[in-house]
Design a protein around this ligand. Structure first.
Ligand code: GLC
Length: 555
C-alpha cells in the first residue's frame, strides 16, 4: 500500500475511473450505484489500483449524467446515500484504495438552489453567482455557441437577462468573479475532505475564468490566480491528489497547473494526443486517420517537457472518449494483443496512469440504432448534422466512432444475463460481446488483458525507473514502431511496440541482448522481427554504475 502521507505519493499511484451509472447495479434499477461499487472493491484491489476517480454521484437531474449538479453535498438517491459513500470511503481505505471525487466547479445544474434563487430577481444575493448579460429576447449578447449545440445564452424573462452556459442550457456557468461563490465552493470541498476523500478531478477547470464578452471561455486571464486561491484554501490543507480537465492546456500552461511546488494542481488531463485523429480545425466527428509519427512525437514532447517541471497524467480513455482498442487498436483479429500493446506503450511513460472501467478487459465500441443512444451530445449532433444535410450513413459513421456512449455501455462482469451488471433492464444497451469479453473469464485466465494490466500496475511499484526515469524517443520517424527509453540511476527501461497489423523488421541493439524481459504480449519468437501489435518492456542495469557502486562498496 502506498504511504499517502508522503508529498507526491500520487506519482506512484494508478487511478481507475468509475462511471457509476454503468459500473454495478445492486438494486435492479438498471443503473449502477455506490453499493454496487463496494461489492466490486476486491476486484479492483486484485487489479492493483490505488485510487478510484468516481464520475459525479451528487444530486442531479441527470441531464448530462451527473455533470449537472443540483446539490454538491448530497448523493443522488439513484446512487445511494451519504452513509453509502462513507462506507465506500472506509471499505476502500481498508484495501488501499482512495476515492477521488469529480468536482464540477465551472457550472451547476439549473435546478441548484442557487440558480433557482438567482433567476427570480436581479437583487437576489445568488443572482451574481451566475453570469448574466442584458439584452432583448430576439438579440443574443453575442454569437457564442454551447459545446453541446445551440447558443451559449438562454433568456430569462423574469429578470430580463440572458445567462451564460458553455454546455447545455440546464448547466448555467458559475461566476468565479464573485468571492462569495468561491467561498461556498471552498467550504464544500473542505467538507468532502473531512469525509475522507483523497483527491479530486476537476471538470473543465480551464473554463472557470471566462470572459464571455471577449468570446473567451478557456484559459481566461485570471485562471491561474483562481486556481492558486482554490488550491491554497482547500487541497493544500491535506495531502491530496488533484487532476484538472484542461482541453486547452499546452505544455507551458501544464507547467503552471502542475508546478512541483503544489501551488495549483497535481496534474492535468491534456488532450493533444486525443485530438490528432480528427480533421484539423474541425470537430471530433470529422474523422481522420491517426498520424502515427506525430502521435509519438506528441507524447515525447510532453514526456520530456514536463520531466522535472510538472507531472503528466497518462490516459487513452475516459467516459467522453471512444474505446481505445476500437480507436487506435484493432478490435477484431488483434483485440487482445492491441489492447495489451496500447497499455504497454502508455504505462511505460512518466506520469500517473488512468485506467477507465473495462479498459482492463479490452472492452470495445458499440453500434446502436440512433434511438438507443442516451448521450445528449450524440443526440444533438445527430439532429444538427441531419438538418445540415449530412447523410444518415455519414452521421452514423461518426457516432459509431466517437459517441460518448461507446465508453458508457455497462461494465461486462460475466457471461450471464445483462453481463452481471444488473438484474433489471440496463439504462443503456450492453455490448453483446460480453459473452466473450468479461471480467469473470479474464480473472481466471492468467494470459488475459486483465492480468496484463495487473502486472503493469505491479511493475510500476517495483521499479523506480517508471516513476523517476527520464524519456528518450528512439526511432522517431519509424512508421510503425513506438520505442522509447527511460533511465534512472542504473536502471534502464526500453519499451518497444509495433503499432499496426503488419509485421516489421526490427532488431534489438546488441547491448540489450541480456536485458530482462519485464512484460510482453507474446513470446519473443523472432528476434529480427516484431509481429503485428507486438509489445515488450525490457530492463537492464547499467554496467558503469554497477562497477562504480562495487568500487564504492569496496572502499
Ligand atoms: C466534461 C465532462 C463531460 C461533461 C462536460 C460538462 O468535459 O468530462 O462528461 O459533459 O464536462 O460538464
Amino acid at each position: 500500500m502506498l504511504d499517502k502521507t508522503r508529498p507526491g505519493w500520487w506519482k506512484h499511484a494508478t487511478v481507475y475511473q468509475i462511471y457509476p451509472k454503468s459500473f454495478q447495479d445492486s438494486t435492479g434499477s438498471g443503473t449502477g450505484d455506490l453499493r454496487g461499487i463496494i461489492s466490486r472493491l476486491d476486484y479492483l484491489q486484485q487489479l492493483g489500483i490505488d485510487l478510484i476517480w468516481l464520475s459525479p454521484v451528487f444530486a442531479s437531474p441527470q441531464v448530462d449524467n451527473g455533470y449537472d449538479i443540483s446539490d454538491y453535498r448530497a448523493i443522488d438517491p439513484m446512487y445511494g446515500t451519504l452513509a453509502d459513500m462513507q462506507e465506500l470511503i472506509a471499505e476502500g481505505k481498508k484495501r488501499g484504495i482512495g476515492i477521488m471525487l469529480d468536482l464540477v466547479l465551472n457550472h451547476s445544474s439549473d435546478q441548484h438552489r442557487w440558480f433557482l434563487e438567482a433567476k427570480t430577481s436581479r437583487e437576489n444575493p445568488y443572482h451574481d453567482y451566475y453570469v448574466w448579460r442584458d439584452g432583448t429576447p430576439d438579440q443574443y449578447p453575442n454569437e457564442m455557441k454551447a459545446a453541446f449545440g445551440g447558443p451559449a445564452w438562454t433568456w430569462v424573462p423574469e429578470v430580463g437577462q440572458y445567462y451564460f452556459h458553455q454546455f447545455a442550457p440546464q448547466q448555467p456557468d458559475l461566476n468565479w468573479e464573485n468571492p462569495a461563490l468561491r467561498r461556498e465552493l471552498y467550504d464544500m470541498i473542505l467538507w468532502w475532505m473531512e469525509q475522507g476523500v483523497e483527491g479530486f478531478r476537476l471538470d473543465v477547470i480551464d473554463q472557470i475564468a471566462k470572459e464571455p464578452d471577449l468570446g473567451i471561455t478557456g484559459n481566461g486571464p485570471k485562471l491561474h490566480e483562481f486556481l492558486r486561491e482554490l488550491s491554497a484554501e482547500t487541497f493544500q490543507k491535506g495531502c491530496l491528489v488533484t487532476v484538472g480537465e484542461a482541453w486547452g492546456a499546452n505544455l507551458e500552461r501544464a507547467k503552471l497547473y502542475s508546478a512541483p511546488d503544489g501551488s495549483e494542481l497535481s496534474m492535468v488531463f491534456q488532450f493533444e494526443h486525443i485530438l490528432l485523429d480528427q480533421q484539423p480545425g474541425k470537430e471530433k466527428w470529422d474523422l481522420a486517420p491517426l498520424p502515427f509519427v506525430s502521435m509519438k512525437q506528441c507524447f515525447a514532447r510532453w514526456q520530456t517537457g514536463l520531466h522535472g517541471q510538472g507531472w503528466n497524467s497518462l490516459f487513452l480513455n475516459n467516459h467522453d472518449l471512444p474505446r481505445i482498442v476500437s480507436r487506435w487498436g484493432n478490435d477484431q483479429e488483434y483485440r487482445e494483443k492491441s489492447a495489451k500493446m496500447l497499455a504497454t506503450m502508455l504505462h511505460g511513460m512518466q506520469g500517473t496512469p488512468y485506467i477507465y472501467q473495462g479498459e482492463e478487459l479490452g472492452m470495445t465500441n458499440i453500434r446502436l440504432p440512433i434511438d438507443q443512444y442516451r448521450d445528449l451530445e450524440t443526440l444533438n449532433l445527430y439532429e444538427e448534422r441531419i438538418a445540415a444535410g449530412y447523410s444518415q450513413e455519414e452521421v452514423m459513421t461518426s457516432i459509431y466512432a466517437r459517441s460518448r456512449d461507446n465508453a458508457r455501455t455497462p461494465m461486462q462482469w460475466e457471461d450471464a444475463p445483462s453481463a452481471g451488471f444488473t438484474s433489471g433492464t440496463p439504462w443503456l444497451s450492453l455490448n453483446p460481446n460480453y459473452h466473450q469479453i468479461n471480467a469473470a473469464a479474464q480473472v481466471e485466465d492468467e494470459t488475459s488483458v486483465f492480468h496484463y494490466y495487473r502486472r503493469l500496475n505491479a511493475l510500476r511499484k517495483q521499479y523506480p525507473v517508471f516513476v523517476e526515469g527520464d524519456f528518450t524517443l528512439l526511432e522517431p520517424d519509424h512508421p510503425s514502431i513506438f520505442c522509447y527509453l527511460r533511465r534512472w540511476q542504473d536502471q534502464e527501461l526500453m519499451v518497444v511496440c509495433n503499432f499496426g497489423d503488419q509485421a516489421t523488421d526490427w532488431e534489438l541493439p546488441a547491448s540489450w541482448k541480456n536485458a530482462e524481459i519485464l512484460i510482453e504480449n507474446e513470446p519473443w519468437s523472432d528476434r529480427c522481427q516484431l509481429h503485428p501489435w507486438e509489445a515488450r518492456m525490457l530492463l537492464r542495469i547499467r554496467q558503469e554504475s554497477k562497477q562504480s557502486e562495487t568500487a564504492d562498496e569496496n572502499k
